[in-house]
Write a protein that binds this ligand. Structure first.
Ligand code: PLP
Length: 405
C-alpha cells in the first residue's frame, strides 16, 4: 500500500501554492485532480499514436482504435457490465443523460406519461427531463425530501404508476453528500417494469460503480470526477433497451450504410457515438481506472472513511456552523453555512488562505431552495486529502468567524 505522501506525489498539482500558501484542494466534487500516469497516457496518444479511430487502415489508426476499444473493455469491467456493447463514450454525465432523455424519450415517452426524479438532483438530471416533458406533453414528478435531505420513500412508491416511463435519480447529492437508497428505488420501479437511470457523477468515485449490484438500466458518469480527463464520460445501458432506442445524433461512425434515400445504422455501441469521439480522453479515463485499481479500492475507501469521520467531528465543534445535510454525509462532502456570514464571503476568505472550496447552489437550485438557503460552503474531500488539510480548513473557518464577529 502506498503511503499518502507517495500518493500525493502522483498528483503534482497538490504541491503547488496559491497566493504564496500551500494549496488545500477541497473541491473534488466539482472536479478531481489527475495523477501523472493519466496525463502521460494522454500525452502518449498525441506524441506516439494519434490517429482517428475506426477509420484508417494504417498502423497508427489501428493502434489508436485498439487502445480506444481496450479502454471500453476496462470501463466494462470496472462497472461490472456484462457486455462491451453496453458502454457508450459520451462527453460526460450531462451528455449521457441528454442522450437517454432524447433517444429513450423519442421512442417511449408520449403525452400524459410521467418521468420521476428527486429533489436532490443536479441541474443535469433535471433540465433534460423538463425539455423532454415539454417536447412530448409529459409530466415531471419530483420525489420530496425531509428537512434532513432524506428522500420521502413512501411518496416515491405512491408516485409510481402505469403512466411512469422512467425514474432518474442521483446516487449521491453533489450539494450535500447525502447518499440515496438507489438499490431500493430500482427494486421498487422494477416491480412495475419501469427502467431507472442512475446519475453516478458523485458515486462512481466512491466505490458505487457496480451496475449489476444495483441492477440499474442506465448509469451515467464523468471522467473528470474520477481522476480522468474532462470532456469524456460514459453511459452504461442494458443492451436490450439500448437496442430499442433510436440514435441520438447523426454523423460518422454511427452509420452502417448511407444513401440519399435511406441510412441504416451501425451496431451498438457505435450507433450512439456519432463523429470523432474523444478517444484520447477515453484512453486517459481507462488509465485513471487502472490507477485506482493499483492503489486499491479498499485502501481508498478506508482513507476516505477516516477523513469523513475526522472532518465531521472537527466541523461539528465549530460554533454557529450548520450542516445543510443534517446528519453525517455518506461520502466526504460537507455542505454548511456559518451563522451571520454569507457563503460567498467565506469562500473568498478561504481562497486567500489557499483553501479551495465551492460556494453557491452547486447546480442544485431546487434543493438549496427546499432547504430554505441561498447557498452553502462545500468542502469535498477524496483519498489524497489529509487530516492536516482538514486542520487548515478548520483554522480557516475560525479565521472567517473572527473576521465577521
Ligand atoms: N450530476 C451530478 C450529481 C453532478 O455532481 C454533476 C457535476 O457536478 C453532474 C451531474 C454533471 O456532470 P458534468 O458536468 O461532468 O457533465
Amino acid at each position: 500500500m502506498k503511503k499518502i505522501t507517495e500518493i500525493r506525489k502522483d498528483f503534482s498539482i497538490l504541491s503547488t501554492s496559491v497566493y504564496g500558501k500551500p494549496l488545500v484542494y477541497l473541491d473534488n466534487a466539482a472536479t478531481t485532480q489527475k495523477p501523472s500516469c493519466v496525463i502521460e497516457a494522454m500525452n502518449e496518444v498525441y506524441t506516439e499514436y494519434n490517429a482517428n479511430v475506426h477509420r484508417g487502415v494504417h498502423f497508427l489508426s489501428d493502434k489508436a482504435s485498439e487502445a480506444y476499444e481496450n479502454a471500453r473493455e476496462k470501463i466494462r469491467s470496472f462497472l461490472n457490465a456484462s457486455q462491451k456493447e453496453e458502454i457508450i463514450f459520451t462527453p460526460g454525465t450531462t451528455g449521457s443523460i441528454n442522450l437517454v432523455a432524447y433517444s429513450f424519450g423519442e421512442r417511449f415517452v408520449k403525452k400524459g406519461d410521467e418521468i420521476i426524479i428527486s429533489t436532490l438532483e443536479h441541474h443535469s438530471n433535471i433540465v433534460p427531463w423538463q425539455m423532454l416533458c415539454d417536447r412530448k406533453g409529459a409530466t415531471l414528478k419530483v420525489i420530496p425530501v425531509d428537512d434532513n435531505c432524506r428522500l420521502v420513500f413512501e411518496e416515491y412508491t405512491r408516485m409510481l404508476s402505469k403512466k411512469t416511463r422512467l425514474v432518474a435519480v442521483t446516487q449521491v447529492s453533489n450539494a450535500t453528500g447525502v447518499v440515496l437508497p438507489v438499490k431500493e428505488i430500482i427494486e421498487e420501479a422494477h416491480r412495475y417494469n419501469i427502467p431507472v437511470l442512475v446519475d453516478g457523477a458523485q458515486g462512481v468515485q466512491h466505490g458505487m460503480n457496480d451496475v449489476m449490484e444495483t441492477d440499474c438500466d442506465f448509469y451515467a458518469f464523468s471522467g473528470h470526477k474520477i481522476y480522468g480527463p474532462a470532456g469524456i464520460g460514459v453511459l452504461y445501458g442494458k443492451r436490450e433497451i439500448l437496442e430499442s432506442m433510436p440514435p441520438f445524433q447523426g454523423g460518422g461512425d454511427m452509420i452502417e450504410k448511407v444513401t440519399f434515400e435511406k441510412t441504416t445504422y451501425n451496431a451498438l455501441p457505435f450507433k450512439f457515438e456519432a463523429g470523432t469521439t474523444n478517444f484520447p480522453g477515453a484512453i486517459g479515463l481507462a488509465r485513471a481506472i487502472d490507477y485506482l485499481r493499483e492503489t486499491g479500492p479498499e485502501y481508498i475507501e478506508s482513507l476516505e472513511k477516516d477523513l469523513l469521520g475526522y472532518t465531521w467531528s472537527a466541523l461539528s465543534e465549530i460554533p454557529g456552523l450548520k450542516m445543510a445535510g443534517g446528519s453525517v454525509p455518506g461520502v466526504p462532502v460537507f455542505s454548511f453555512n456559518l451563522e451571520g456570514v454569507h457563503h460567498y464571503d467565506a469562500g473568498m476568505v478561504l481562497d486567500k488562505l489557499g483553501i479551495a472550496v465551492r460556494t453557491g447552489n452547486h447546480c442544485a437550485q431546487p434543493l438549496i431552495e427546499r432547504l430554505g438557503l441561498d447557498g452553502t460552503i462545500r468542502a469535498s474531500l477524496c483519498f489524497y486529502n489529509t487530516r492536516e488539510e482538514v486542520d487548515t480548513l478548520i483554522e480557516g473557518i475560525n479565521r472567517v468567524r473572527d473576521m465577521f464577529f
